[in-house]
Write a protein that binds this ligand. Structure first.
Ligand code: SAH
Ligand code: SF4
Length: 380
């Protein structure tokens, strides 16, 4: 079986080229052809020696993901549904803004964490994505957009690992993909503009700090262990005290001097005034003491099986104001692309019946909250 070169970061590619008897700078040239120019066909890589192109053709391939569909919202948000085999699909969302282009990437088909308010979590875990399948989402979107806009410079300036899946439960595949995103010979993203979002896999937060520190967003969603145990089941394994300690440790390595805490606003569950007070208490005098924290409130995107409701706009505002008044920078995630179905926690999972998915996507546009402001705090 020919290896897929999308699975490698540049060091990996250097290793592969060495096994073919080629020097490191050849691997860098090859890496640039693939990632910077979007070329998959070795015969088009004109500055590589014919002999190398032949060796590559005999041993390797550059294979992206197969798009099942692509939908564009009136506001420019684009959502791709990619086939990952065995009836599974993952989603990738591009969110254009005036001063940046953000891509929201999936890390797993399904998710094993099983958060109460997340439809991916309700679907369960199907399988890990490979490094190649993670980076292929950026590869596809970036080169599609460049071609469409007729421009040769970069379109995607920010990446958030906030699609389907828990990135830190697919750590070994995640890290090479992050490295390819950061590499100046790849996508050249700044560490501050690359965000990993996690439900709180404590040991892997610690490893990420060592291996590949990028901006960190932590899905908090509750101010107490009692409530978080119910909403984010991984809290039973890594409770708030451990999670917040890991966040504190991460800051010593992070490219930003703060952690973004995401908080999904659920009517009557975690959005009450007493929850806001408990949150401030946690961050001021509890386990979060001393952490430079920013909050990103996400109005819940409902789905039928959740049995939960979205907080009222007034309550979201009230909650935000409470935090803001006590010195915490707080943003509310804006709704974008509400004419296509691309919501946080609503992304397509099990696609056993593809025809049905295709028709569902056309029939039922679900209002969505798209990652607009979660990347914004990182810009200050
Ligand atoms: N697994 C990672 C990253 C993917 S989820 C994590 O949980 O952080 C990205 C964000 O969307 C998380 O903050 C998650 O809590 C939130 N989310 C999940 N389901 C949602 C829903 N139905 N409505 C709004 N936000 C949701
Ligand atoms: Fe998994 Fe994140 Fe959804 Fe929780 S919110 S089930 S961790 S994808």
């Amino acid at each position: 079986m020919h290896v897929n070169l999308l699975d490698f970061d540049r060091d990996g590619l250097i290793g592969h080229c060495a096994s073919l008897g080629e020097k490191g700078f050849r691997a860098t040239q090859l890496f640039r052809w693939i990632h910077q120019r979007g070329v998959a066909d070795f015969s088009h890589m004109t500055d590589l020696a014919q002999s190398l192109r032949q060796k590559l053709a005999n041993s390797a391939r550059v294979e992206g993901l197969k798009p099942l569909s692509q939908h564009q919202s009136a506001d420019g948000t684009i959502k791709w549904l990619f086939d990952v085999g065995d009836g599974n699909a993952i989603e990738t969302v591009f969110i254009p803004e005036d001063d940046r282009g953000t891509l929201c990437i999936s890390s797993q088909a399904g998710c094993a964490v099983g958060c109460r308010f997340c439809s991916t979590g309700h679907q369960g875990f199907s399988r890990q994505l490979s490094s190649g399948e993670i980076i292929a989402q950026l590869w596809h979107a970036e080169h599609y957009l460049r071609t469409r806009l007729g421009q040769s410079e970069r379109v995607i300036s920010n990446v958030v690992m906030m699609g389907m899946g828990e990135p830190l439960q697919n750590y070994h595949a995640l890290v090479p993909a992050l490295r390819a995103m950061l590499d100046d010979h790849g996508y050249g993203l700044s560490r501050r503009r690359l965000t990993v979002s996690t439900s709180g896999v404590v040991p892997m937060i610690e490893r990420l700090a060592q291996d590949c520190p990028v901006a960190l967003a932590v899905s908090l969603h509750a101010p107490t262990d009692e409530l978080r145990d119910q909403l984010v089941p991984i809290n039973k394994k890594y409770p708030l005290a451990e999670l917040l300690q890991a966040c504190q440790g991460y800051l010593a390595h992070a490219p930003r001097d703060f952690i973004t805490f995401e908080y999904c606003m659920l009517d009557g569950v975690n959005d009450r005034d007493e929850d806001a007070r408990a949150l401030v208490e946690l961050m001021r005098h509890g386990a979060g003491q001393g952490i430079h924290a920013k909050f990103n409130l996400i109005p819940f995107n409902p789905f039928p099986a959740s049995g939960l409701r979205r907080s009222s706009a007034a309550q979201v505002q009230r909650f935000a104001q409470h935090l803001q008044d006590r010195g915490f920078v707080t943003t509310v995630r804006k709704t974008r692309g509400d004419d296509i179905d691309a919501a946080c926690g609503q992304l397509a999972g099990d696609v056993k019946d593809r025809t049905d998915v295709a028709s569902r996507m056309n029939r039922h546009p679900i209002p969505i909250a798209i990652e607009k402001s979660e990347a914004r705090p990182h810009e200050h």
